[in-house]
Design a protein around this ligand. Structure first.
Ligand SMILES: [Zn+2]
Length: 127
């Protein structure tokens, strides 16, 4: 098999697009839930005499914020991977330039680093 037989950009592009719209849908539903719950939550926090109830109300707000943060992180990563596909660099590790294994891209189409480099990147972000 020649090296041109494996073309991750054409194979993974629909996956990336699907994931991007999934994230957008999740963000939208989170926004709607936020708006709907906001009124309830104010009542919960203000009206909660029980300290535990109050803590739960605050916690549900925090986890919604956390979810929103994770989603926007996903969105950035997906767009980043799509940008690399447009540049013809999809499937190449952005640190060591090695080919990212196909199984990794199947499991996580927005991966832009090989496992090794990703781990190093997460240990020291920004380097
Ligand atoms: Zn690498």
């Amino acid at each position: 098999m020649s090296s041109s037989a494996f073309s991750p950009s054409t194979r993974s592009w629909p996956l990336l697009e699907a994931r991007r719209s999934t994230v957008a849908e999740l963000q939208e539903s989170l926004r709607l839930a936020e708006r709907e719950e906001f009124g309830i939550r104010v009542v919960e926090v203000v009206g909660a005499f029980d300290v535990l109830d109050r803590a739960n109300a605050v916690e549900s707000r925090d986890s919604a914020m956390l979810r929103a943060e994770v989603l926007s992180g996903n969105q950035l990563q997906i767009e980043h991977a799509m940008q690399r596909a447009v540049e013809g660099r999809y499937g190449l590790c952005e640190d060591c330039e090695d080919q990212i294994p196909g199984e990794r891209l199947d499991a996580w189409p927005e991966a832009t680093r090989c496992v090794e480099c990703q781990r190093r990147h997460e240990l020291s972000p920004g380097s």
